[in-house]
Ligand binder design. Structure first.
Ligand code: C5P
Length: 239
């Protein structure tokens, strides 16, 4: 798809760089870095970029098989993926199966790791300055980010992604606690699943042990995190 996997650097975040290839395509490069607490804790994590790229490719391809439209086009087999250029919707869509993380902070009346009667879907505005505040569906509509029909499509897609990933993980003995998705519009106005799906963007437990970035948030080293991602990839047969 691309000959040399290079483009013009247009964005650098904490864990990824984005390069423009042309008007249609971008390259997302996963860095060998792990950060937590808005970047306050940061460590070099050799090998993590490739592991997170492989996870993203694997999950996007799995979801694609179930008809979930997503931005993945190609993978260089290492730290870079080629994706469709989209007009991103500046919200994080979080699906929760069990009570954890920021849910417990705002709702301490629920015991940690309680299984919800049905998965919760919530929205956060993407804003480093405001620390990604929780927002309501009315806020989203009022701000004109999407219309009602589009919001429903996003919610239904997020729930379908949850069913597919939860079932897949369960069949391998893993529990999907929660995860974050991002969406964008393609040139035809379709809503497309974008960004990454990896240990950085989900919480996954095996016998009560994390195989995701929560390890690092809880004080584990970057090396331990890389080992956990390797274990996840082994368990899920991710190349
Ligand atoms: O911290 P919180 O409980 O809201 O996170 C819910 C899920 O969303 C977790 O799996 C976390 O890894 C993911 N998340 C993310 N990016 C963020 C915030 C949360 O991937 N900026």
């Amino acid at each position: 798809m691309v000959d040399n996997w290079v483009g013009e650097l247009i964005y650098e975040g904490k864990a990824k760089r984005v390069y423009k290839v042309n008007d249609e395509l971008l390259i997302m490069e996963f860095k060998d870095e792990v950060t937590a607490f808005d970047g306050a804790r940061k460590e070099h994590a050799p090998g993590k970029g490739r592991l997170a790229a492989a996870q993203t490719v694997f999950f996007m391809q799995l979801l694609g098989k179930y008809g979930i439209r997503n931005h993945l086009v190609d993978w260089d087999g290492d730290r870079k993926i080629l994706v469709k250029s989209l007009r991103m919707i500046p919200i994080e869509v979080i699906v929760r199966n069990y009570a954890y993380g920021s849910f417990l902070k705002r709702m301490p009346l629920v015991k940690p790791l309680t299984k919800f009667r049905k998965p919760l879907v919530e929205f956060h505005l993407k804003s480093d300055e405001l620390h990604d505040p929780l927002i309501t569906t009315d806020d989203i509509i009022e701000a004109g980010l999407v219309n009602y029909g589009q919001l429903n499509e996003i919610i239904n897609t997020a729930l379908r992604v949850n069913s597919i990933l939860s079932e897949f993980m369960a069949s391998r003995g893993l529990t999907l606690v929660d995860f974050k998705l991002e969406f964008g519009f393609d040139k035809s106005g379709n809503i497309v699943l974008a960004d990454e799906i990896s240990g950085d963007t989900m919480r996954i437990l095996i016998n009560g042990r994390h195989l995701d970035k929560e390890l690092f948030r809880k004080g584990a080293s970057a090396l331990d995190l890389v080992r956990a991602y390797e274990e996840m990839n082994r368990l899920l047969n991710i190349p």
